[in-house]
Design a protein around this ligand. Structure first.
Ligand code: GDP
Length: 138
């Protein structure tokens, strides 16, 4: 099934000039970039995005980290895109991520883990719409 999912290059990835490297991996895997932008999240926008995690002990730190610098949200489209992008990313904790994944190659730790990816069709729908209007997705 052709799916759309949301990727984000997090502040540590943008700060280290990894936008091109991440997009290269997405495109080389056969997936397609359907929208992209760069912006700085304020506290409210970061809290809204991670609202499902608001009771977690790391929520405050996560929001603080996500507002430290620009992020690069982008829409990925393709067959089975949600699972394929999660595979390219690797496990949340880079220590557990498979060799050759983005998080294994670039992430500093479980929080500063370079990229985000939607984890299911419903979250993908919410997260894509959180950053992009319908007419901005091509
Ligand atoms: P993901 O779907 O792989 O991004 O992981 P989660 O949805 O579980 O967590 C969302 C984000 O919160 C992760 O990507 C990390 O940036 C951060 N995070 C997750 N677990 C922890 C943790 O135990 N400690 C801290 N400080 N941050 C975490």
């Amino acid at each position: 099934m052709i799916e759309r999912t949301l990727g984000i290059i997090k502040p540590d990835g943008v700060a280290r000039n990894l936008i091109g490297e991440v997009l290269r991996r997405v495109e080389q895997s056969g997936l397609r970039i359907a929208a992209a932008r760069i912006l700085k999240l304020d506290k409210a926008k970061a809290e809204g995005f991670y609202a499902v995690h608001k009771e977690r002990p790391f929520f405050k730190d996560l929001v603080a980290y996500m507002t430290t610098g620009p992020v690069f949200p982008f829409v990925i489209e393709g067959e089975n895109a949600i699972a394929r992008w999660r595979e390219l990313m690797g496990a949340t904790n880079p220590a557990n991520a498979a060799p050759g994944t983005i998080r294994k190659d670039f992430a500093a730790n479980i929080e500063r883990n370079t990229v985000h990816g939607s984890d299911a069709p419903e979250t993908a729908k919410f997260e894509v719409a959180y950053f992009f209007k319908q007419e901005e997705i091509c």
